[in-house]
Ligand binder design. Structure first.
Ligand SMILES: [Mg+2]
Length: 159
């Protein structure tokens, strides 16, 4: 069965800043999730640089987000920048660790570009619909028959 996964950006989408972690736009995002009815909800945030950030997020932010949005967040498919760099390195047959964080942002600084890479080359999303809700993306839908994927990006401002 085709599965739909909604990925939520963090800063300026569901919280103010990673440091402060105050929830924002809760009602609108909750409505959006109720409309979309995804099988899974995860995070796709450039505020998560590494494993330490992910653990920090899991401890400090995830309980409040889950409670206020009424969904479970799947952190196992929520990539950090380090995960995304590894995906790109593998895809381009680069040596591990050779893509710096700066290189990553030069290539994939636009959120929709990073998300498309992740959808295509990340962990086994074939046949699925991946939706990114983010404050920095255009309204877009991409059908990628070769990877049997549908990728949508939704600007949170449009909710
Ligand atoms: Mg943001």
């Amino acid at each position: 069965m085709t599965e739909k996964i909604v990925f939520l950006d963090l800063e300026d989408t569901v919280i103010d800043t990673f440091a402060d972690g105050n929830l924002v736009r809760t009602a609108a995002v909750r409505r959006f999730l109720a409309q979309e009815r995804p099988q899974r909800v995860a995070l796709f945030s450039y505020a998560l640089w590494d494993e330490r950030d992910r653990r920090n997020c899991e401890r400090r932010l995830v309980p409040g987000l889950q409670e206020s949005l009424g969904v479970a967040l799947d952190l196992t498919i929520s990539p950090t920048i380090d995960d995304l760099r590894r995906i790109v390195e593998r895809t381009r047959r680069m040596a591990a660790g050779s893509l710096s964080q700066q290189d990553f942002f030069d290539w994939f600084g636009r959120k929709e570009e990073g998300f498309i890479q992740f959808a295509r080359f990340g962990p086994g999303f074939e046949g699925q619909t991946l939706v990114l809700l983010d404050d920095m993306v255009p309204e877009m839908e991409l059908r990628m028959p070769a990877s049997d994927l549908i990728v949508r990006t939704v600007p949170v401002q449009s909710l």
